[in-house]
Design a binder for this molecule. Structure first.
Ligand code: ATP
Length: 242
């Protein structure tokens, strides 16, 4: 249905054996929105992304893309529907060049003409001029920030409608985090929806439209990002005094 959100997660539960890592998680992402999921270590944030991508099975609940249930669909089917997970930077091919890593991100369009690939590559280079400068360099030789750019660029080569990121700010200097988050803002303005998992609650809530706080596998709080940033419970537990 045209009114259905791009992503609609309903009462999702995921378990590792007898240990339930997610319990009854619900959230929505509309086209053109950034939704963030914040929470402490072990809250289940990575588990959520794994279940949405299809690499972890859902024990219960539904995952709807454009109103269609995909919780039993394989990863490739979800990718074909426009879902992309920005890999952790250690998932890059370290010995391959920057440009070859980017080309791999367009694998699902391998039947398309070379000119279309060139166009997609140029779009990524326009967002990340640094990657163009480093095109022939092995991914292993990039700085942490450049690796994060490459991981993001590679996901963009798949032309996603919903981009999911697992802690893109991890281990990066504040200035680099600002650059990465500015790119996410640009992508949102172009209509790409974003589900951003972050421990950097301050930066994530500043950028996002909506936020969810995950604690022990459950959504403890949710609402407009600004309201969460002003909520004394969030300030105390996640933002600290400033
Ligand atoms: P972090 O920010 O530290 O990565 P997280 O919020 O992403 O934390 P998850 O990695 O999703 O949390 O972990 C949620 C819970 O599930 C934790 O208790 C974790 O120990 C457990 N868990 C994660 N992966 C597995 C696994 N493969 N087998 C068993 N338990 C797991």
């Amino acid at each position: 249905s045209p009114a259905a959100p791009l992503l609609d997660v309903q009462d999702l539960s995921v378990a590792y054996g007898r240990i339930e890592a997610l319990t009854g998680v619900s959230l929505q992402v509309q086209a053109g929105q950034i939704v963030t999921v914040i929470g402490p270590n072990g809250a289940g944030k990575s588990t959520l992304l794994g279940a949405l991508m299809g690499v972890l099975p859902a024990r219960a609940g539904q995952v709807l893309l454009d109103g269609e249930a995909v919780q039993a669909a394989p990863v490739a089917a979800r990718v074909a529907r426009g879902l992309a997970l920005v890999p952790e930077t250690r998932a890059l091919f370290a010995s391959m060049s920057v440009v070859d890593n980017l080309r791999l991100g367009a694998y699902r369009f391998r039947q398309e003409p070379a000119a279309r690939h060139r166009e997609a590559l140029d779009e990524v280079y326009a967002l990340f001029p640094r990657l163009q400068e480093r095109a022939q360099q092995a991914a292993a030789t990039l700085s942490g920030g450049e690796r994060q750019m490459l991981a993001l660029g590679r996901a963009l080569m798949g032309r996603p409608r919903l981009l999911m990121l697992d802690e893109p700010s991890l281990g990066l200097a504040p200035l680099i985090v600002r650059d990465i988050f500015r790119i996410l803002d640009t992508l949102r303005a172009r209509g790409v929806a974003i589900l951003l998992v972050e421990q950097n609650a301050r930066a994530a809530l500043r950028l996002a439209d909506h936020g969810h706080v995950l604690e022990l596998g459950r959504v403890a709080l949710a609402g407009p990002a600004q309201a969460l940033a002003d909520d004394p419970r969030i300030v105390e537990a996640y933002l600290g005094a400033h």
